[in-house]
Design a protein around this ligand. Sequence first.
Ligand SMILES: C[S@@+](CC[C@H](N)C(=O)[O-])C[C@H]1O[C@@H](n2cnc3c(N)ncnc32)[C@H](O)[C@@H]1O
Length: 205
Amino acid sequence: MSDMKTPGKMWDARYGSESTVYGTDPNAFFAEQLAQLKPGRMLLPGDGEGRNAVHAAVSGWSVRSFDASGVGVQKSLDMAAARGVTVDAEVGDCRTWIPGERFDVIGLFYLHLLPEMRPDFHRVATSWLKPGGTLLLEGFAPGQLRCSSGGPKRLDMLFTEEMVRGDFSGLEVATCQTLQVVLDEGPYHQGPAEVTRLVARRPVA
Ligand SMILES: C[S@@+](CC[C@H](N)C(=O)[O-])C[C@H]1O[C@@H](n2cnc3c(N)ncnc32)[C@H](O)[C@@H]1O
């Protein structure tokens, strides 16, 4: 539990022990959704080693990201440089980080926060969207407890449809779905999995 309250240390160790933990390709749902949107300004909290940020930057987006892990942030910056793009990645914690601007898209991918911080962070992140902006989320669902393809082994850190609809009740939901998928995302997300996905938009008025 203390690891989850100081996530940077745990994730520094994990990211430091593998060339990539979740691979260099973007999450499939993220890439599919991005292909349907006009490039603009994007924020990726908890972006880890930068697989999604670098894909977005290569696709023409202006990308900011933050993560509790300095090792992850450095890997993001290195991957961006190797691909010839810029990602504005910095070390930050969801409990304290403040962007000072609003975004066309915010992507929350496998950012499983403790239940005492998750709803507040989701509410605050909603306020960082421009009117008409899009929130994308994918994370493990409760059925993941039966799978061995990653994720926290705590029911209260897994995403149900009801939970995400409640957390993002200020947004208009386009898609909210729990489904079975097969992950192929580096050594830590491999095989059958149960995930919840959300696409929601901030109302214009
Ligand atoms: C499962 S990884 C997912 C990384 C990335 N989103 C991806 O899909 O490849 C979870 C990430 O959330 C970050 N994280 C966890 N708690 C955090 C917090 N309170 N503030 C910022 N980042 C956090 C971790 O450092 C880790 O990089």
